[in-house]
Ligand binder design. Structure first.
Ligand code: FAD
Ligand code: MLT
Ligand code: ZN
Length: 473
């Protein structure tokens, strides 16, 4: 019997034959969400508890077979799918989906890695709490994937990234040991904070099996407005005004460029998209208040009146009820789906100091238009966090695959050189995966890269956890 056959037999013994998938259509696990790459897995293995994860990792390590941790497989940077060798095990956490405990007194929830984000949000809401992480993939992404990528989303302006929401982790190390760090402590200075090594490590250091996450009280009111803004400068001015007027009540501030909105109108014609024909940018703004709906409305109206008076907004609608609020958010959340419908595209998930974003966009728009005539710029994102999705779609009616093949490298070079000049980041929230690994090597300082490699070698000396992602050894 070959080594791989032995390993598969051992894995069947650990998780049950039904949870070691080798036959049939495995594309849901082997192909990334953006359909950039299709890999081939030796097997998709679906453990049901932490002990099984530990045994699987030990068995794979003994057979020197590398593993790719996977949650909902909604990642944007080709980080959760196997390579093309047919020799990697996909370690799917989706069966580990329990909410273990909720501690109202400590405002924490302990949840397994494979729990779908939306399931967690809904369970917390039912118990009277807010779990504020929110992103358009929430119906299929998992807490383990959110932690693995340190996902951002649409509430970062108030609650921070996934990292800021996590108080403890349970991790299976690359050696198959279980580290139980599920303390739920808000203060703990007992040496290096291991939790922060694993968060954002994209499955390259170990397998997150459970986490303690922070909860917040449900707000008394949550109001959503859509504002037409005449320019990005105006959007930044509106953001400043919103911070000043609403303070910590500002829970969302998303910008959408006119072309991004036109893609939503084109591909989802049933959606009503106010202002998209007349305004170069729109902003979705969310205000939450812990006191009352009437107070929240009064504060939001005060903000919008000031914005209209100052000219940083030219028009605005405020959702009257939850259905209308959802419809406004739905416009924003539909942009990546509309982009995918329009065809293969080049994503730049960048962050820059908020104050410098208008100048960056003006300069880079002009440079791209000159160097790549016809390329269509899809600009939207989390302006409240200084995080833009500054994407490029192939010229209309051209072969997108050929465009990406020929132009992706020079377009990336142009955009990332500008990001460097503005002292920004080439990956604000999506991570590195394999898609941006070589770019990371070009844009991160040699000292930082060497430290990252040292950490990888210390925690995963045989390079078995998601090898080739984030850093190359
Ligand atoms: P996967 O895609 O399965 O994995 C992502 C990475 O995490 C991989 O490197 C994988 O190896 C690792 N990983 C997964 N599970 C574990 C684990 N248990 N232990 C260790 N490592 C693990 N991202 C944002 O940040 N903000 C957004 O607003 C946002 N919006 C999105 C909208 C859409 C429509 C889509 C499709 C994606 C969006 N994303 C966004 C990207 C993606 O949803 C997030 O990165 C999400 O956190 C990935 O979760 P997942 O469970 O799908 O992880
Ligand atoms: C978003 O904010 O919509 C996401 O990060 C997804 C994307 O950039 O495509
Ligand atoms: Zn985003």
């Amino acid at each position: 019997m070959s080594t791989h056959a032995d390993l598969l037999e051992t894995l069947r013994g650990i998780v049950g034959a039904a949870n070691v998938l080798t036959e049939g259509d495995l594309s849901a696990w082997e192909m990334d969400w953006r359909k950039r790459e299709r890999g081939k897995a030796l097997a998709v293995v679906r453990p049901g508890n932490t002990d099984e994860v530990a045994q699987v990792v030990k068995a794979c390590a003994a057979a020197k077979v590398s593993m790719v941790p996977q949650g909902g497989n909604t990642g944007m940077v080709v980080g959760s799918t196997p390579d093309a060798t047919g020799e990697q095990v996909v370690l799917s956490l989706t069966r580990m989906n329990k909410i273990r405990t909720m501690d109202g007194g400590n405002l924490t929830v302990t949840v397994e890695a494979g729990c779908i984000l939306q399931t967690l949000q809904e369970a917390c809401e039912e118990a009277g709490y807010l779990f504020p992480l929110s992103l358009a993939a929430e119906g299929s992404c998992t807490i383990g994937g959110n932690l693995g990528t340190n996902a951002g989303g649409t509430q970062v302006v108030r609650f921070g990234n996934t990292r800021e929401l996590c108080l403890g982790l349970e991790v299976v190390t690359a050696q198959g040991e279980v580290w139980n760090g599920l303390t739920g402590l808000r203060k703990d200075n007992t040496g290096y904070d291991l939790r922060h090594l694993f968060i954002g490590s994209e499955g390259t250091l170990g397998v997150i099996t459970a986490a303690v996450m922070k909860l917040y009280p449900l707000p008394a009111a949550q109001l959503t407005a859509l504002c037409a803004v005449p320019s990005l400068d105006a959007a930044v001015e509106l953001l400043g005004l919103a911070h000043k007027t609403l303070s910590s009540g500002l829970t969302g501030f998303e910008v959408m460029g006119q072309f991004a909105l036109s893609l939503v109108v084109k591909h989802f014609p049933q959606q009503r998209v106010p202002f998209h024909e007349t305004s170069p940018y729109c902003v979705v703004l969310e205000h939450s208040d812990n006191v009352s709906e009437s107070r929240a409305r009064e504060q939001l109206e005060r903000l919008l009146e000031a914005a209209l008076e100052q000219g940083c907004a030219t028009d605005a609608v405020v959702a009257e009820n939850i259905t209308q609020a959802r419809a406004l958010w739905h416009i924003r959340e539909s942009i990546p789906l509309a982009q995918a419908q329009e065809g293969l595209n080049i994503k730049h998930d960048i962050s820059i100091a908020v104050s410098r974003i208008p100048a960056f966009v003006q300069e880079t728009d002009a440079a791209l238009a000159q160097a790549f005539p016809g390329a269509r710029l899809v600009n939207y994102g989390h302006l409240g966090d200084g995080n833009l999705h500054y994407n490029v779609q192939a010229p209309a009616d051209t072969d997108a695959e050929a465009f990406l093949r020929d132009q992706e490298k020079p377009i990336n070079a142009l955009v990332y050189a500008a990001v460097d000049r503005y002292n920004g980041s080439i990956s604000a929230e999506h991570g590195i995966g394999s898609l941006k690994r070589d770019k990371l090597a070009e844009h991160k300082s040699p000292v930082a890269l060497a430290l990252m490699r040292d950490i990888k070698k210390a925690l995963d000396p045989h390079n078995l956890m998601n090898p080739g992602r984030v850093v190359n050894l």
